[in-house]
Ligand binder design. Structure first.
Ligand code: PGA
Length: 239
């Protein structure tokens, strides 16, 4: 399966969602297309959900109870969310999400059969210190602790320095790093062919060269997913 996922982050309004939904027409049948929306708008996206998958950007690591402001995996199941991001770099950077917490969240989603999209990636500092593989190895080893080969999830490789900056890694770097992630997941879980998406300043002008790389199974798109025309243009670059 190949994937085109959007991440609206803390953006969009009711009227912008209407405009986006109206702008979505024909999708590609063999590609999983979806957007991760702000949770308060999830229910409003019922019309969009008739056209594409709709997911969330975060989930609680707790089951239920006195956790003010949190949303549980059981609630995601209840509203039939199609997928959920876990461990996005902004969650790691601004909300103290450690690999251990990311691992708990991943397990919560799996227990409710919500498809997790596990986000991993190195910071600029780590990239410049040539630590990309070491960092990914750590994030995956800890993030996937206790997960089994039969569990269904997707990985998004997003170099932190490429998110929202207009900078993308080179196609050679992207392909070899996504290939490395597949190898590590195979070593950890014995699971071959895990889907690995690339994220970080993907737009219609650069996506053709990225999403069709041999080790890349699609894209996780931030800024460029807020506009239906641009999002569909990206989808049309999938061969
Ligand atoms: P960007 O964001 O496409 O705006 O760089 C990607 C992401 O954070 O998922």
């Amino acid at each position: 399966m190949r994937y085109l996922l959007g991440n609206w982050k803390m953006n969009m309004s009711l009227s912008q969602i209407d405009k986006f939904t109206d702008g979505i027409e024909q999708l590609k049948p063999n590609i999983f297309v979806g957007v991760a929306v702000p949770s308060i708008y999830y229910a409003y996206c019922y019309k969009l959900k008739q056209k594409m998958s709709v997911g969330l950007q975060n989930v609680s690591e707790y089951v239920s109870g006195a956790y003010t402001g949190e949303i549980s995996a059981g609630m995601l199941e209840d509203v039939q969310a199609d997928f959920c991001l876990v461990g996005h770099s902004e969650r790691r950077q601004y909300f103290g999400e450690t690999d251990a917490r990311v691992n708990s969240k991943l397990k919560m989603l799996l227990s409710k059969n919500i498809l997790p999209v596990l986000c991993v990636g190195e910071t600029l500092e780590q990239y410049e210190a040539n630590e990309t593989r070491k960092v990914l190895n750590e994030q995956l080893t800890q993030g996937l602790a206790g997960i089994t080969a039969t569990d269904d999830f997707v990985i998004a490789y997003e170099p932190v320095w490429a998110i929202g900056t207009g900078k993308t890694a080179t196609e050679t770097e992207i392909d070899s790093t996504c290939g490395y992630i597949k190898e590590i997941v195979k070593q950890i879980l014995g699971k071959a062919n895990i889907a690995v998406l690339y994220g970080g300043s993907v737009k219609s002008t650069n996506s053709a060269g990225i999403v069709n790389l041999p080790n890349v199974d699609g894209a996780l798109v931030g800024g460029a997913s807020q506009n239906a025309d641009e999002f569909i243009k990206i989808l049309n670059t999938f061969k």
